[in-house]
Design a protein around this ligand. Structure first.
Ligand code: FES
Length: 154
């Protein structure tokens, strides 16, 4: 068993089996909140899976990120129901509040702001998802309050 790298224990958990690289990535993502380049390289080295294939997997699945995300992810639903009920204004309000653009992470790594397609809660539109919480009936003026609430929980 090799323990030189922080991800080795995760790779060991899956016996360095190339058929389980997605599971390894899930564990790595959970641990670091993203897939560091060194982790991807180490999975390639130990499983024998080509780096190009691993890179494709890491970029293909939305659950994985190659960039470090904030402790909390604020996702603005831009699906049709939310869009027509003002989602673009809500996104703009969060961009102003967090002083970042969609897809970016705050400098203190507290929040990542992103857009998602329909999250299946159209009846609550417009919807914002923070972590596991689905918040319905959001208005732009609620951005400050939501950011404040989750800053404390982070
Ligand atoms: S469009 Fe936003 S939840 Fe369906």
């Amino acid at each position: 068993m090799q323990t030189n790298y922080p991800v080795d224990s995760i790779i060991d958990r899956w016996n360095a089996d190339p058929d389980f690289v997605i599971e390894m990535f899930q564990d790595i993502q959970d641990k670091f909140r993203f897939i560091p380049q060194e982790a991807l390289n180490r999975v390639a080295e130990r499983t024998g899976k080509p780096r190009g294939v691993l890179f494709h997997i890491a970029t293909f699945y939305k659950a994985f990120s190659l960039e470090e995300k904030g402790r909390q992810e604020i996702q603005i639903c831009m699906g049709t129901a939310c869009y027509v009920k003002g989602a673009p204004n809500i996104l703009a309000a969060f961009e102003r509040e967090l002083k970042i653009k969609s897809g970016e992470t705050t400098a203190d790594r507290m929040f990542t702001l992103s857009e998602v397609r329909c999250v299946g809660a159209c009846g609550l539109a417009p919807v914002v998802v923070v972590g596991d919480d689905v918040i319905g009936g959001v208005t732009p003026s609620m951005a400050t309050e939501i950011v404040k609430k989750y800053s404390k929980e982070g």
